[in-house]
Design a protein around this ligand. Structure first.
Ligand SMILES: NC(=O)C1=CN([C@@H]2O[C@H](COP(=O)(O)OP(=O)(O)OC[C@H]3O[C@@H](n4cnc5c(N)ncnc54)[C@H](OP(=O)(O)O)[C@@H]3O)[C@@H](O)[C@H]2O)C=CC1
Ligand SMILES: O=C(O)[C@@H]1CCC=N1
Length: 267
């Protein structure tokens, strides 16, 4: 069975998502940097990113896969087939974890050798500080031991949730794309406060703490978000003025439309 203290994990592609996962595992203390390796396209960029973390850099995906017990496929979705197919013989005896959006169980069954152990996931960037989400496809070809190992491994990054194929896309969009929307909200709140004299740095930390605190309150109490909004809106007070302004601009519709646009894009 794979063991957290000895497992070797190789990333194929080491950009934003892969480096966030590496940071999360290293930060958790559960995986040592030397247990992590990566291969990507530009060798100079890879060397800089891996050296900064004390990780191993490999010249090719083949070398990285040969070294590893677990291979994380972290290239753009349209590159997955070209990266994976040439090394499918090596991957046959590895645990393959994918983070590529839209690359689910059936796709990997069609490009990997029969019997390869694989799982498709959709993580998000807050995994780098162990506060992320990893949405995992319920359909996979892992053994029970792999499943127990993966649950341990992903628990170090935050919340790991299994979702069936029907839910995978929308849940992945909420969790995976959501940090960009949340960051835009933080930026916009800060811009509004800066406009009225709050220093930029203070505006960012106030906006982020407000969002983190509100999210934690919802998670801990399970309160309905509408009730949480009502609890802040004093009759004739200031908040309802802001709520009415947001409604005039279609705030909630804009957010729903953002998810909708992603889910109905042509693939
Ligand atoms: N960013 C996010 O928040 C999330 C991303 N994902 C998924 O993660 C995957 C990676 O996205 P992201 O990290 O944002 O993208 P990046 O562009 O930041 O990283 C892509 C990586 O792939 C490397 N690469 C490109 N071509 C090859 C190749 N032929 N062989 C090996 N490596 C190669 C790139 O190297 P180089 O830079 O040298 O070109 C780079 O290291 C995508 O499939 C995406 O769907 C999933 C959830 C969230
Ligand atoms: O924008 C993207 O395609 C990736 C997938 C989810 C978040 N980032």
């Amino acid at each position: 069975m794979l063991d957290l203290s000895t497992v070797r994990i190789a990333f194929l592609g080491f950009g934003n998502m892969a480096s966030a996962m590496a940071d999360g595992w290293i930060r958790s203390g559960a995986v040592k940097p030397e247990q992590l390796g990566a291969a990507s396209r530009r060798q100079d960029v890879l060397e800089a990113r891996t050296k900064a973390r004390g990780m191993k850099a490999f010249a090719t995906c083949e070398e990285a896969a040969r070294w590893a017990d677990v291979v994380v496929v972290a290239v753009k979705p349209h590159l997955v087939e070209g990266v994976v197919k040439p090394i499918r013989g090596i991957l046959k005896d590895r645990l393959v974890l994918s983070v590529a959006v839209g690359r689910l169980f059936d796709f990997y069954e069609s490009i990997l050798e029969s019997g390869t152990r694989h799982l498709s996931t959709l993580p998000n960037t807050p995994v780098s500080i162990n506060e992320g989400i990893v949405i995992c496809e319920a359909r996979h070809s892992m053994t029970l031991d792999d499943e127990a190992f993966v649950e341990q491994l992903f628990a170090k990054l935050g919340l790991a949730e299994f979702a069936d194929e029907k839910m995978m896309s929308a849940a992945g969009t909420l969790a995976g794309c959501g940090p960009a929307f949340a960051a835009m909200f933080i930026e916009a709140l800060a811009d509004g406060a800066v406009k009225h004299g709050v220093p930029r740095a203070a505006a960012y930390s106030l906006a982020s703490q407000m969002l983190a605190g509100t999210a934690k309150l919802q998670l801990e109490t399970g309160a309905h978000p509408g009730a949480m909004k009502d609890a802040v809106c004093s009759p004739g007070g200031t908040t309802i003025i802001g709520v009415a302004a947001l409604e005039r601009k279609g705030f909630r519709s804009a957010v729903i439309d953002a998810i909708d646009a992603i889910e109905t894009r042509s693939r």
